[in-house]
Design a protein around this ligand. Structure first.
Ligand SMILES: Cc1cc2nc3c(=O)[nH]c(=O)nc-3n(C[C@H](O)[C@H](O)[C@H](O)COP(=O)(O)O)c2cc1C
Length: 416
């Protein structure tokens, strides 16, 4: 039977499998969010150890972290030299140290080589032994604006320490969403095999106005596109996301342009392709194929309109323009079908690949339950120009994204 405190390890993905993360907590009220940070790190596969400053222990009890991680909490340094055990130069050390939240006080001490708490001593040891250190500041804006703090952050950045910039809300520099903090940890620990490569991703649905309040759209959420965006970022690519009106929140560290209609998506994509040299374009957006011929400029009054016929016209095919503008780009297209036989799905996808001159096409049947639109999982076939097929069994969209980029990158490198 699994350890009941650790049975969640790997439940959301394997991105942090076999990684040891030290989560340090300091005396900010945001410390109440730290157990959740520990749990989400574990859900992606990490083994988490925690260390707390005395001020942090006044805000939240160590027992919360003992429960959250299934490991003893370091509240004091003893003859076991816990700081060296976790962050020193030996084989069993941690892969990354994360201070979340970090007070201004702790940042100031680390920047100036002072280590008089458990947290600052672990941080000093990590910097000295080359373990990645990520700091998530939290404080009132007045503290965040202090020139000494600004200097301390700059100084630490020059030592290779990374900061997860807080968002300013209600006069406070608040820590980013838990998911986003974990995403940065994953990214920091991922292999950077896409450095210096530029990727443009189109994701989500588009909407076409019928009248000022009624629209035609589809069920795409943008989850697959955001998973692909995160994957490219993790691998070190320079990613830009063009995202339709889906309900997902793209991570704040991603350069994202929000669009609504197909026309807007078209204009943004064309202008991006004309003004920048992208290496990859991934078109996973469910772009409306039809738009009303006429858009009513007033709300259609339903009591006067017993029957309503809408005349639709087809929209321009953005994906067909990609290779016309940038013939050398590596184009990854998607083809979604509903409830059709596998062979038919593959044939139709391959026809589309040829039509748009794509390098790869990802085919999926959104009629299957538990995969596709709005779901966390996907089942897909990666099909290349020679109709060589790789079947990705139902798996988390992050996993599907990883396989797609591994495949695309391999082919791109051969093409170069
Ligand atoms: C309830 C409470 C909330 C606090 N929140 C913050 C904070 O968000 N950021 C900060 O820099 N200091 C905050 N402080 C002040 C720090 O706890 C104080 O500077 C302390 O010396 C930090 O010690 P440490 O860095 O070793 O944890 C807070 C104090 C209290 C009592």
């Amino acid at each position: 039977m699994k350890d009941p405190l650790k049975d969640i390890i790997g439940s959301l993905g394997s991105e942090l499998k076999e990684k040891k993360v030290v989560l340090c907590i300091t005396g900010s009220i945001a410390a109440v969010e730290s157990p959740e940070i520990a749990r989400v790190l574990m859900r992606y596969g990490a083994e988490v150890h925690t260390a707390m400053s005395i001020s942090a222990q006044k805000i939240i009890q160590p027992v919360a972290f003992e429960w959250a991680t299934g490991n003893p909490v370091i509240v004091d340094l003893t003859g076991k030299i816990e700081h060296v055990q976790l962050a020193g130069e030996w084989i069993g050390r941690a892969d990354l140290v994360l201070i979340a939240p970090s007070t201004a006080n702790t940042i100031g001490k680390i920047a100036n080589g002072i280590d008089d708490t458990v947290v600052t001593t672990i941080a000093t040891t990590a910097i000295g032994s080359g373990i990645p250190l990520l700091i998530v500041p939290a404080m009132h804006v007045s503290m965040y604006k202090h020139p000494a703090l600004i200097e301390n952050i700059k100084k630490l950045e020059s030592f290779g320490v990374e900061f997860i910039v807080p968002h300013i809300q209600e006069g406070k520099a608040k820590i980013q969403e838990v998911q986003e903090i974990v995403e940065r940890v994953i990214s920091r620990l991922s292999e950077k095999d896409m450095l210096n490569l530029k990727v443009l991703i189109m994701a989500g649905p588009t909407i076409e106005q019928i009248d000022p309040i009624r629209v035609i759209t589809n069920k795409s959420s943008g989850k697959m596109g955001i998973a692909l965006t995160k994957e490219a970022f993790r691998r070190g690519a320079d990613v830009k996301l063009i995202y339709g009106p889906g309900q997902e929140n793209p991570p704040s560290y991603i350069d994202c342009i929000r669009v609504e209609s197909t026309e807007e998506m078209f204009n943004v994509v064309i202008s991006e392709l004309e003004s920048d040299d992208f290496h990859f374009v991934v078109s996973v957006a469910a772009i409306a194929d039809y738009t009303p011929v006429k858009r009513f400029d007033h709300k259609i009054v339903s009591k006067d309109t017993k029957e309503l016929s809408l005349k639709l016209k087809s929209t321009p095919k953005i994906i067909e323009k990609v290779k016309q503008i940038s013939p050398d780009i590596f184009l990854v297209a998607f083809k979604a079908e509903y409830n059709i036989k596998k062979d038919e799905l593959i044939n139709r996808a391959h026809e589309k690949l040829k039509l748009v001159n794509a390098d790869l096409i990802i085919a999926n049947d959104v009629g299957k339950s538990g995969v596709g639109f709005g779901e966390d999982k996907n089942e897909a076939f990666i099909i290349d120009k020679d109709k060589k097929i790789i079947h990705i069994l139902p798996s988390l969209k992050s996993e599907v994204a990883r396989k797609i980029f591994s495949n695309a990158l391999e082919k791109f490198q051969k093409k170069e």
